[in-house]
Design a protein around this ligand. Structure first.
Ligand code: MIG
Length: 827
């Protein structure tokens, strides 16, 4: 009675409610089980004791919090930005629901179940069972939810889990695990409980379960029409993100959890790693080999053996006698150094090991349920684990990088942070271990490892990221983490962990990296050549070719495998590999412009074709191996990469050019599809450019540190909506956040007498390296036209064989028009 009265008064006090009052009054007289109480930014639904609070958010999402016993969980999150959670949106009440944030939410009065639709009336997610308790491990109160899975919808996301790109039919667990993997291994290193349902016409939504406990997602495996998901404990707190397109969903998710920030330019270059280069001399030898063989390289990685007895933040001074000298000599050659720094601190009391001593004094390590320090075996032997859910512990951890930063080490690698623990069946620490949450925005309390496990690696990488920023306040931190959680893209890039040197694993890199990109992690890579095992010559060659178009491009291999640097299989293979690495560097201005787009929007560099071209959702066009770079370059490796046979590549509607010949593609129609047939020899990889693209390219360099000699190239592929963007900055500082960047869009249009290039206003104050621009028009037939730059003549050269026209123009901030007019006799 009392609650009833309170609800009613809340209802009447609510400003936006007149339209819904009759319904609610009605609900008290009709035999209906649920009651709706409108709020200015959403509604509360009472179904018996169960409270469902639905809140509309300005990012274009609704947040659903459910208290099965009437109590909502703490309003705190490791993943979702506070500003995104707090910026709610006004709603318009409807009968049994509301419209707001671009969505329409309605309640089934009989069950309290929710249906979320878009404003065009497409149902995006619909409850089919009431939320329920579920038996759980780890001491929490588990729960599960069930949503309808319409027959022709597909489901993407969940990060780099194995299996096909489309999760439908699969079942996955979210539990960060040190898990060298094969085709069906699950769970893996990261937990990203974010899913993108996509309808047959490209209508898309997002579903993010903000819960750090061990969880699961069953995409119709248990029951073919049911998406079931849940967790072993913690609050029922999830978000449904509006589309209408996949791109919109990905961008909204980036506003919810933060986009991947702009990486330093060198991180987009080619990188060489191995477990391990055992000495400074060996590292110098690798660098020298790269430079002698003229293979571009931007980074060399130091794996655990550079350390003294595997102790993080130490150096084996016998094998690495002068770290600062090594780092600076490599830098002289355009090569940055990245060092591994695992989170486990050697349990080494009274040995003068500062990370342990200072950590112990500061009380920074995780304890067991009985309050005693937890010690578990990892690489250094007995080890202790920083309590990364404390802001002060993260501060302390960040400070440990001081000496390595002083040595000039550019980037850091956080491995083993699931956390991995040896000699225990669970491969991690006891679930009953206690972490302390001492954190702005959270109630101060202890939490069991069962609750913290999945965010532990993310908070480790956060501590590293924030520490580096403190030590080098004007440098972009570069951190590579193995374990992470939703939102972890704010702090670190990632890689897919311990893959193997097999053809199948090369094939798996594409869906894994695509789903990572759709799940917020734009900067990710798979060990090129495979980590476990030794690649054949052909496999390494193909892997380098495909890796050259993937976001993080790092060759890495395990101990006890053969070396797999590009030269190991002799000059023929080396030449092919060099050519693809070189192409990556020629395309660097395009890659970097896409990185700028990623930082601003959250759209990843590596995208499924349907992200930009929804007609690619067509089911007779298998796409697990095909991807785009920034939507404009379509990379189509053989679906069975070991097979030299013919295969079909579907080109989305519209025009395409062959990237390598620069000539228009000539697909044939198969039904409504445009198809090209490919049978690439080992030294070829099919790549297409969308007609209507302006691709910035640059002269070859051996490192992003080297200033290119010659002109910037603008490769113009005429077609609808023809445009391209230039982006440049100093490549490493945060100056771009203060205006020290260059961003400029260039557009082209075919005119009755030729072609016209229009340069939009140049944004930012950065002065780029180039002084001239070579505009190269592809698909140009006939003699050179009259070319004028803002009405002054400029030289133009036609190449009949290549079907190109090249016009060199001097670079200026204020260029506006390049006009190409064919002389009267030619048109
Ligand atoms: O237990 O540091 O995934 O990339 O080379 C193995 C050694 C530990 C696992 C990483 C791998 C790295 C290796 N590490």
């Amino acid at each position: 009675m009392i609650r009833q009265a309170l609800l009613l008064s809340a209802l009447l006090a609510s400003p936006a409610l007149s339209a819904v009052r009759p319904t609610n009054l009605q609900s008290s007289v009709l035999p209906i089980r649920s009651r709706v109480v409108m709020r200015p930014d959403g509604m509360d639904v009472w179904s018996g004791r169960r409270l469902t609070r639905v809140t509309a958010l300005a990012v274009g999402a609704v947040r659903v919090r459910i208290g099965l016993e009437g109590q909502l969980g703490e309003d705190a999150s490791w993943a979702v930005l506070p500003e995104a959670r707090q910026a709610t949106a006004p709603v318009t009440p409807l009968t049994w629901g509301f419209a707001g944030a671009g969505l329409v939410v309605t309640v089934d009065p009989a069950t309290g179940g929710l249906t979320v639709a878009d404003t065009a009336g497409h149902v995006l997610l619909k409850d089919i069972d009431a939320p329920a308790r579920r038996t759980a491990t780890g001491g929490g109160a588990g729960f599960q939810l069930a949503k309808a899975m319409p027959a022709n919808w597909r489901y993407f996301g969940l990060g780099d889990k194995t299996g096909p790109l489309d999760r439908r039919g699969g079942s996955f667990v979210t539990w960060n695990s040190d898990s060298p993997f094969q085709e069906t291994t699950d769970p893996l290193y990261k937990s990203i409980p974010f899913v993108i349902p996509v309808g047959p016409d490209g209508t898309a939504a997002g579903l993010f379960l903000d819960n750090s406990w061990r969880g699961f997602f069953d995409f119709g495996k248990g029951q073919s029409d049911t998406l079931r998901f849940g967790a072993d404990g913690g609050p029922i707190d999830y978000y449904v993100l509006a589309g209408p397109t996949v791109k919109d969903v990905v961008q909204r998710y980036a506003r919810l959890t933060g986009p991947s920030p702009l990486p330093p330019l060198w991180a987009l270059g080619f990188q060489q790693s191995r477990w391990s280069y055992m000495s400074a001399d060996e590292v110098r030898g690798i660098a020298q080999h790269y430079r002698q063989d003229h293979i571009p390289l931007d980074a060399l990685w130091l794996d655990i053996d550079y350390q003294d007895r595997n102790r993080p933040f130490t150096v084996n001074t016998k094998t690495f006698p002068d770290m600062a000298g090594l780092v600076s000599d490599l830098k002289q050659q355009g090569i940055r150094t990245v060092a591994i720094t695992d989170l486990h601190i050697a349990f080494a009391p009274n040995q003068g090991y500062a990370p342990y001593d200072t950590g112990f004094v500061g009380d920074h390590f995780v304890k067991k349920a009985d309050g005693v320090l937890y010690v578990g075996p990892v690489w250094p032997g007995p080890a202790v684990f920083p309590d990364f859910t404390r802001a002060s512990t993260r501060d302390w951890w960040g400070g440990l990088y001081k000496d390595f930063v002083a040595d000039g080490i550019a980037g850091f690698w956080n491995d083993m942070n699931e956390p991995a623990v040896f000699n225990t069946p669970s491969k991690t620490m006891p679930l009953s271990n206690l972490h302390r949450i001492e954190e702005p925005g959270f109630a101060t309390r202890t939490a069991t490892h069962a609750e913290i496990h999945n965010i532990f690696g993310m908070e480790n990488s956060r501590a590293t990221h924030d520490g580096l920023l403190k030590l080098r306040p004007d440098e972009r931190p570069f951190v590579l983490t193995r374990a992470s959680f939703a939102g972890g893209q704010r702090y670190a890039a990632t890689w897919t962990g311990d893959n193997s040197s097999t053809w199948n694993q090369l094939r798996m890199t594409v869906p894994m990296l695509l789903n990572l990109g759709m799940s917020g992690f734009a900067w990710s890579g798979a060990d090129v050549g495979g980590f476990l095992g030794t690649p054949s010559a052909d496999l390494l060659t193909r892997w380098i070719e495909i890796g050259a178009f993937q976001p993080i491009f790092r060759d890495h291999s395990a101990k006890d495998t053969a070396y797999q640097e590009p030269w190991v299989h002799g000059p023929v293979h080396e030449a092919i590999r060099r050519r693809f690495i070189e192409e990556r560097y020629r395309l660097m201005p395009y890659f970097y412009a896409v990185a700028d787009e990623t930082a601003r929007t959250g759209l990843p560099m590596m995208r499924p074709v349907f992200m930009d071209y929804p007609d690619a959702l067509d089911t007779d066009c298998p796409s697990d191996m095909v991807f785009t770079v920034g939507g404009k370059l379509l990379v189509a490796p053989p679906p069975q990469p070991e097979s030299p046979g013919w295969y079909d590549v579907c080109l989305p509607k519209g025009g395409w050019f062959d990237y390598w010949t620069g000539k228009p593609a000539t697909p044939r129609m198969r039904g409504t599809r445009q198809v090209v047939q490919e049978k690439p020899a080992l030294d070829q990889l099919p790549v297409y450019v969308r007609a209507g693209t302006i691709l910035p390219r640059q002269p070859l360099v051996q490192s992003t540190m080297e200033t290119p000699v010659g002109a910037l190239e603008l490769a113009v592929y005429p077609g609808d909506g023809c445009a391209g963007t230039l982006y440049a900055d100093d490549g490493h500082s945060l100056g771009y956040q203060r205006g020290a960047y260059l961003r400029q869009t260039v557009r082209c249009s075919v005119t009755p007498t030729g072609l016209e290039l229009r340069f939009d206003k140049r944004d930012g104050s950065y002065k780029p390296w180039w002084h001239d621009i070579d505009v190269v028009i592809h698909g140009w037939n006939g003699p050179a036209p009259t070319a004028t730059l803002d009405d002054k003549p400029v030289p133009a050269t036609a190449d009949a064989t290549a079907a190109t026209l090249t016009v060199r123009i001097p670079d200026r901030r204020d260029i506006s028009f390049l006009r190409l007019v064919r002389t009267a006799s030619d048109h």
